[in-house]
Design a protein around this ligand. Structure first.
Ligand code: GLA
Ligand code: ZN
Length: 663
């Protein structure tokens, strides 16, 4: 398959991290040490200036760029590359004091005092003016600097503001969407509890009675962030054509990152797995899923912009990384499509909130500590993977994830006791991941054309046109797997009639039965009894084949799993919350029937794989998520990481990982 290099002039897997020399200007010898240690750690790319507004503009209108000139010139001289940040992730105190409107207003109407970061009001014209001035100066001065690889807009853009300016923009957003207040009333069922509005500004976005409005407020916030990101990008674009991105935060519950993705020239994400709490495989599955999401967003490699080289300060336990863990975490990202693994942070600050956050260089300022050595060891191997930079992935099956679906479930008040979509989604992803299928994550309004199988875990909100879109996908030979709570509401959180979805699923959900922790249900599938906890839906079958039936209680004998043949394809309905073992077996069967094979078979249960496709070869990444050494069969290959030929058998140490090239 054809390469898609993110940086054609820098065809490497990126390695480096957030670098804040602006905090060390009084101790130039430390900056000298940085450049010495960069070589020793094999780090080559740095995100510079993320929180440097007060170093760039210490007083309003007074700018100091000499320190940044010096850092960028030194980077260029040493062959280091930089993602230059716009500094809007944290505003200067002088701004907060002089212009209260830049400070956000909380949900209870209080103007925030000066504190912390990630807190500019995105609606304020003043904020936009100040942003424009500093961004334009940076872009004009450094837009074509040889060290600058791309732009890092702000930092972890997030949050909400209830100031009058933001509320006014929200009402405009509603007006654009619904045109008239009558149309809004009709669509969101505002007659309930006498909520019929006579003008948009009567609407309270915090009012839980109108779930559709609460979801619209979340959508509005995503639009606010997108708009601000697009604004910063447009300022950069006046002077610099280099790629622009912003760092996302995985499945952050409040931000619809699909709305931000089109503004980014490449996707960047921050990743902080906690390997030591709970099952390591579960953590492995979760982060594989996040990487799959970031690859799928643009169907091309992305950059893991942040990860912890050592122990983050905010963790419940300061658990040192075990041997092999850092390498495995980084290779996990690369195997799933990352073309860069970067850290927060290069050097530990001496003061402030994050002074004990793990960093490549610690307070000892030496190459002797454990973290530095783990990073340097990983970095020393990394150039062996340069041949992989830009290599795509081949993905046949994708899971559907919609942020507004998760909000509708989360913000609505249901008797259903099982509506937590995050863990449910992850369990279904993991059931597929366990069998080593190559997976993607797509939104329901996204492009289904790359995929042959779609899995929609708890897709409660089916937006207008999506039923038909899914139906066309299936009729053309696709396989669709939907689960409990499929299609209860439309995009305005209005309930469908159960039969509205029947043309697709062949069944109708008449009721749901939720189970308190002391009660379970079961189903009979392929002659085996399968355990069900928490929730089971009662189906009326119209035209589906029944694959499993409930075994207990008064609805024993009614369908629990069905398959509906439709056109060239089929739709499976999983009507209950089934145990993991069943899910794994079920998905394996369904994908095999759809003609999709795992990327590699016969691996031990603790060993997982990922594949990047080269032009004439494949790169097979292997990971041991267990604490025991594992030996298993692999195709004849060359072990790129360890420089040796592998003849049909591979051994991985506990937490081991490697990369094989297969011709
Ligand atoms: C986030 C931020 C960083 C830093 C790290 C700490 O990802 O972007 O600035 O605070 O968390 O883990
Ligand atoms: Zn505001």
């Amino acid at each position: 398959m054809k390469k898609q290099l993110l940086f054609p002039d820098y065809p490497h897997i990126l390695h480096g991290g957030d670098y804040n020399p602006d905090q060390w200007l009084d101790t130039p010898e430390i900056i000298d040490d940085d450049f010495r240690l960069m070589e020793l750690s094999h780090c080559g790319v740095f995100s510079v200036g993320i929180f440097s507004w007060t170093q760039l503009e210490p007083e309003e209108g007074k700018f100091t760029f000499d320190w940044l000139d010096d850092i960028l010139d030194r980077c260029a001289k040493h062959g280091k590359k930089v993602f230059l940040a716009t500094p809007t992730g944290a505003r200067p105190p002088w701004m907060a004091k002089k212009y209260p409107e830049c400070r956000r207003v909380t949900a209870d109407g209080r103007r925030d005092e000066y504190q912390m970061r990630h807190n500019l009001c995105f609606s304020s014209e003043l904020v936009r003016q100040k942003t424009e001035i500093i961004d334009a100066k940076l872009a004009r001065r450094y837009g074509n600097h040889p060290a600058v690889l791309g732009w890092h807009i702000s930092n972890e853009l997030s949050g909400e503001c209830f100031c009058p300016l933001c509320l006014a923009r929200f009402y405009k957003f509603l007006e654009k969407k619904y045109h008239t207040v009558d149309e809004l009333n009709r669509r969101i069922w505002s007659g309930f509890w006498s909520h019929r509005y006579t003008s948009f500004d009567e609407i309270n976005p915090r009012d839980p009675a109108m779930e559709a409005i609460v979801v619209d407020w979340k959508r509005f916030n995503a639009e606010q962030i997108r708009d601000y990101l697009a604004f910063e990008k447009s300022v950069i674009r006046r002077y610099s054509g280099k790629p622009v991105t912003t760092n996302m935060m995985g499945l952050h519950t409040e931000i619809d990152y699909f709305r931000l993705a089109p503004e980014c020239d490449f996707i960047a994400d921050d990743c902080y797995p906690m390997w030591y709490l709970g099952e390591e495989k579960k953590v492995g599955a979760r982060f594989s899923m996040l990487h799959d999401l970031h690859y799928s967003m643009q169907q091309k490699p992305f950059v893991m912009m942040e990860s912890a080289p050592g122990v983050p300060n905010f963790r419940p336990y300061a658990h040192l990384r075990r041997p092999g863990e850092l390498q495995r975490e980084m290779l996990l990202a690369i195997g799933h499509g990352a073309d860069g693994t970067m850290y927060f942070q290069w050097r530990k600050s001496r003061g402030g909130f994050e002074k004990f956050h793990g960093a490549v260089v610690g307070h000892d300022n030496s190459e002797d500590n454990l973290t530095f050595q783990q990073v340097a060891d990983y970095g020393a191997h990394l150039s062996k993977l340069d041949c992989i930079a830009g290599s795509p992935r081949k993905i046949d099956a994708a899971l559907i994830w919609d942020w507004d679906n998760s909000w509708a479930l989360d913000k609505g008040d249901y008797t259903h006791n099982f509506k937590e979509v995050h863990p449910f989604f992850l369990r279904h992803y993991k059931a597929l991941w366990e069998s080593n299928f190559s997976l993607g994550v797509v939104e329901s309004t996204g492009d289904f054309s790359p995929y042959r199988v779609l899995v929609a875990p708890m897709l409660f909100m089916v937006k207008s046109g999506i039923r038909e879109k899914l139906e066309a996908f299936v009729r053309n030979g696709g396989t669709l797997i939907v689960t409990q709570m499929f299609g209860y509401v439309n995009e305005d959180s209005l309930c469908y009639r159960p039969a509205d979805l029947t043309p697709l699923t062949g069944v109708e959900v008449l009721d749901y039965d939720c189970m308190e922790p002391t009660r379970t249900q079961s189903a009979l599938f392929n002659g085996k009894v399968v355990k069900i906890t928490e929730a089971a839906e009662l189906l009326r079958n119209h035209s589906a084949e029944v694959l499993a039936t409930y075994q207990e209680d008064f609805y024993a004998g009614t369908p629990a799993v069905t398959r509906h043949a439709l056109g060239q394809g089929s739709v499976y309905y999983l009507a209950a919350n089934f145990e993991d073992e069943f899910l794994q077996e079920f998905y394996f069967d369904a994908l095999t029937k759809a003609g999709i094979a795992p990327q590699l078979e016969n691996l031990p249960s603790n060993v997982k794989c990922a594949v990047r496709e080269g032009e004439n070869e494949r790169y097979l990444f292997l990971y041991n998520f267990g604490e025991n050494e594992e030996t298993f069969p692999v195709p004849a290959a060359y072990d790129l990481w360890n420089d040796r030929t592998v003849d049909g058998k591979l051994t991985l140490a506990p937490r081991g990982s490697t990369v094989l090239r297969i011709k």
